[in-house]
Design a protein around this ligand. Structure first.
Ligand SMILES: [Fe+2]
Length: 361
């Protein structure tokens, strides 16, 4: 497979798949040439912006940075999240899914030529597995929110780039501190330095535009001005920084951390709703509410009369009133459509089947 890349992004040791000609039409390098720092610079200085190289090297790099199973997981997660939007015709959803997927790939590929950044990402994968998974998760959720906000293709690309690197500054925080369940004030201050550290690292090591760097720097600012590092408030916070803040909260709460267990989607929902206007821009919270289903299919729930049921259908956009099937007792197997049966409400989600209540027996 052959791939076209920006000349200055071509990795050392990659191999030219086609000869390179200068503006006068004279061949300066034949196909098969191994790219070095020197010849890459020379090709670039000759005004050749793009070259074609063999894909093999690129595939290798792609696996180094984003493993295939994570790539697949990203796609599957995105598919599920997009599907549960459920408010628009299928063609529209499919189109959006296709677009966002293509953009995610372009975001990842774009960084393959940035050596220092790749090394950082690779170290993120080995020493900081959670951070790596989280970065991918935040990118997916940010782009999903960005899509529903109606951002343009260019804006979405910028958002995706900022999202995947939003926590890269964490690589400069000692692992012992990151893993500690309880932090001293001094350690907390160290953690809080990660947006600035990430911003400075990327500013010096990657060719990212100022908008992306700003979003990364501001991803811990809060709508009411109580965030860090600069206590920015409201619309003064970069819009992509605001989106990443919400996606970051959503993704972190869904994962186990050294100091707590993962929350359920509905608990995360409640938390995010409760922080509308304080942590988050209310407009973003509204989008989130419309687009993220707190009770995905197969979620076990408990109803107000103690009945345990499993979510077997949705009533989008009324995500809090899904279709359920009772899972225990004499009524086991009976369907309840919460849109039609107003006397029932969901009290909580049950994390494991052992929690299933016996009340209906
Ligand atoms: Fe962060």
């Amino acid at each position: 497979m052959i791939r076209e890349v920006k000349t200055n992004y071509a990795e050392e040791k990659s191999v030219l798949a086609e000869p390179v000609y200068n503006r006068q039409g004279k061949m300066i390098y034949p196909s098969g040439t191994v790219i070095t720092v020197f010849n890459r610079m020379q090709i670039y200085m000759e005004g050749v912006q793009h070259i074609r190289i063999y894909e093999k090297m690129l595939d290798y790099q792609l696996q180094e940075v984003i493993r295939p199973e994570v790539h697949n997981k990203m796609t599957a997660q995105l598919r599920q999240l997009v599907r549960i939007r459920g408010t628009k015709p299928d063609e529209d959803r499919d189109f959006k899914l296709y677009e966002v997927k293509a953009m995610m790939s372009s975001v990842v590929e774009d960084f393959l030529g940035e050596k220092a950044v790749i090394e950082k990402l690779a170290s993120m994968r080995s020493a900081y597995e959670y951070l790596y998974q989280h970065s991918v998760g935040v990118m997916i959720k940010s782009m999903l929110l960005g899509t529903s906000l109606g951002l343009s293709k260019m804006q979405l690309e910028s958002l995706g780039r900022a999202a995947i690197f939003h926590d890269i500054g964490m690589l400069f925080i000692p692992l012992e501190i990151m893993k500690k369940p309880k932090l001293t004030e001094e350690e907390y201050q160290t953690i809080k330095s990660h947006p600035v550290k990430g911003y400075l690292f990327l500013k010096d090591n990657a060719s990212l535009d100022a908008e992306i760097l700003k979003a990364i720097l501001e991803h811990h600012e809060r709508w009411d001005g109580s965030g860090y590092p600069n206590q920015k408030k409201g619309h003064a916070i970069h819009e992509n920084g605001q989106v990443i803040r919400l996606a970051d909260t959503f993704d972190s709460m869904l994962n186990d951390r050294p100091y707590r267990k993962a929350y359920s989607v509905s608990e995360v929902h409640e938390f995010i709703m409760s922080q509308s206007g304080t942590h988050f821009n209310p407009k973003l919270v509204e989008e989130f509410k419309q687009n993220i289903n707190p009770y995905p299919i197969n979620t076990l729930v408990e109803l107000n009369d103690g009945t345990s049921a499993v979510v077997t259908g949705t009533n989008a956009p009324f995500h809090t009133r899904p279709i359920l099937t009772i899972v225990k007792g004499p009524l086991r197997g009976k369907k309840i459509d919460l849109m039609k049966t107003r006397s029932y409400t969901i009290i909580k989600t049950l994390k494991d089947p052992g929690e299933v209540s016996d009340t209906v027996d």
